[in-house]
Design a protein around this ligand. Sequence first.
Ligand code: TRP
Length: 330
Amino acid sequence: METVVSGIRSTGHLHLGNYFGAIRNFIQMQHEHQCYFFIADLHALTTHPKPEDFRQSVRKVLVEYLAAGLDPEACTLYIQSDLPQIPELYLLLNMYAYVGELERCTSFKEKIRKHPDNINAGLLTYPVLMAADIIIHKATKVPVGKDQEQHLEMARNFVNRFNHLYQTEYFPEPHAYNFGKELVKVPGLDGSGKMGKSEGEGNAIFLVDEPEVIRKKVMRAVTDTGPGNPGQEMSEPVANLFNLLSLVSTKDTVDYFKEQHDKAIIRYGDLKKQLAEDIIMFTAPIREKVREISANDDYLEQVIALGGLKARESAARTLKEVRAIIGFTN
Ligand code: TRP
């Protein structure tokens, strides 16, 4: 059993790509490992959100992750800012993080290029805060995508520097982790790439999209000029639609349309209608849960209180030991 930590960014709605990717990963892991999942609200402050938007976005992610299947009994689910130990460890870790390496970080360079008017120190030290999130529970595994690999590498550097400086093996090295089986890649509706990758409005199906919206998006999905000749290979946009269909439909349905395609008699309109209805059916229970949970403030408060309690227990233990290692007098 490993200790797993992952931070959830509080931006945007969850889409089908998240559902078959990161969330599935979380849901499986929560039963097999000691998992700490948190909403990274402190990280979100780098962009200076308005208090009301900030509050709403944290609530929205919490509701959607719960609706998608995160189980607050199986994992420890909390809000980052509910752990005062994280900013304390972050301050301490800043002493072992060099300005040069922080400035060389790809995500920092990208942010200063995109937002030259808001190059704040919080952005620069984003990887230090992320390292604090992880090692506050002495985690060894971090389920994140490729884009976070460099941040994890920096976390390992801070850990090793700390351990070396104090001649201890206190912190284990955290490594990226994805649940065993290959993650399902979910294509978007714009004919190429990954769902959620392009900003385009209709590319992603959000779990909270109403049936009408789902129908509209699917009917507008990119296909090609026609089925071509019998036995002809599928174009990428059409293969993407089949890919989506295989995630939400029965095998019989997929086989039926495959056959239609291979005989070159397929009507993309029919395929899309079926796909839309099956996505609607597939996502309906999640939408229902979103409605149920968002109407239940008591439940949400309870979840957050319990998660915070469990997480603070682990965090306080680590910090106490770290303070002793550094030499604070208590
Ligand atoms: N940086 C991560 C992201 O952008 C979010 C995050 C913050 C995180 N703290 C973390 C992920 C700790 C894993 C562990 O997605």
